[in-house]
Design a protein around this ligand. Structure first.
Ligand code: NAD
Length: 313
């Protein structure tokens, strides 16, 4: 396992991180005992970064991760979030964020998190994130409940604009840097780098599209993107390689991303993904995938308020 420093936080994080949303059954029902074994296996194989949120399974993922980390808390770098609680339930008020971290800490069986993130900020007025959420998160950091703080979302301009006026320690972007979409490097990476903040890339498999598991029923990508994912998976299989391995290897080659979060809930996935991280993708295959998918490259989807859409800026 390779490690990198997460911006100025000083945290040495594994380049492959454990995405915790499948622990909350977001990608279909996870077997709780197997999910716990997956967490233990990940730690044994050198993964030290674990990402979760109250939203995943409406607290179930945090509860499961907290149970799995009993006796192992000191071996991991733990990240959770605040502000998003259901598909359409957002609350970035000071009172809710203060209550939220206490609930998360209880479920995670710890008295601090290493990284505390405002979750999917494009769903609310950016001014509330700048003027209320980030200041209260900084005060929780000062109290020692969070070692570092940051923001997450799909809309890159929204993340960039907030970070520009209220610099944070960590920025997490998802579905904007993988084999199908890579505009994160135009719209977000330069500012994050300039500020010396930590950059986390989530959803290297484009939330399942670039894997044999396929996308979950709720996946918001267009039918064309899903169909392209299916073709990529098939064409990799014909060459005797797994698309998920290639997709992970592509992300892990990025020079500034500290950790790439893959959603996992089984020992097999953990073993497979860790092994994939030890290899490198064939450049000719990457080029072939890129040209084959040219017609759908950088096609994302709307998320959040109209004024926060990338196309609106
Ligand atoms: P992903 O691209 O990691 O895909 C996850 C899907 O791929 C799941 O169905 C999983 O079972 C499957 N999978 C994983 N490894 C596989 C393998 N080797 N073979 C076949 N299938 C495999 O998408 P994700 O889970 O959405 O993203 C990773 C993590 O990043 C999340 O779990 C979450 O922790 C974090 N995340 C955060 C945000 C945010 O903060 N706004 C958004 C998205 C993701």
């Amino acid at each position: 396992m390779n490690y990198a420093t997460l911006g100025r936080t000083g945290l040495r994080v594994s380049k492959l991180g454990f995405g915790g949303s499948p622990l909350g059954n977001e990608f279909g029902d996870a077997d709780p005992a197997e999910a716990e074994r997956a967490v233990h296996c990940a730690i044994d194989l050198g993964i030290n970064y674990f990402d979760v949120a109250p939203y995943y399974g409406r607290a179930l993922a945090e509860t499961r991760l907290g149970d799995a980390l009993k006796g192992r808390r000191d071996r991991v770098i733990l990240a959770t979030k605040c502000g998003r609680y259901d598909v359409a339930s957002f609350d970035f008020s000071e009172a809710r964020i203060r209550a939220s971290i206490e609930q998360s800490l209880r479920r995670l069986r710890t008295d601090y998190v290493d990284v505390f993130l405002a979750h999917d900020i494009e769903f609310v007025d950016a001014r509330q994130i700048v003027e209320e959420a980030i200041p209260v998160m900084r005060s929780l950091q000062a109290q020692g409940k969070a070692r570092s703080i940051g923001i997450t979302g799909l809309q890159l301009n929204g993340l960039r604009k907030v970070a520009a006026v209220a610099p944070v320690d960590v920025v997490l972007s998802y579905c904007r840097y993988n084999l199908l979409v890579s505009d994160m490097d135009e719209l977000l990476t330069p500012l994050v780098k300039e500020q010396g903040a930590g950059l986390i890339n989530a959803s290297p498999l484009h939330m399942g599209i670039l894997s044999s598991s396929g996308p979950p029923p709720w996946h918001p990508a267009s039918p064309e993107v899903k169909e392209m994912g299916r073709r990529i998976v098939e064409s990799c299989e014909q060459r005797g390689v797994q698309a998920s391995d290639v997709a992970l290897q592509f992300c892990l080659q990025h020079p500034y991303i500290s950790t790439t979060l893959a959603g996992m809930s089984t020992v097999e996935q953990v073993r497979r993904n860790v092994a994939a991280g030890d290899g490198t993708a064939d450049p000719a295959l990457l080029e072939e995938i890129r040209s084959m998918s040219a017609s759908v490259q950088n096609c994302s989807w709307p998320s959040g308020r109209p004024e926060n859409q990338d196309h609106a800026s």
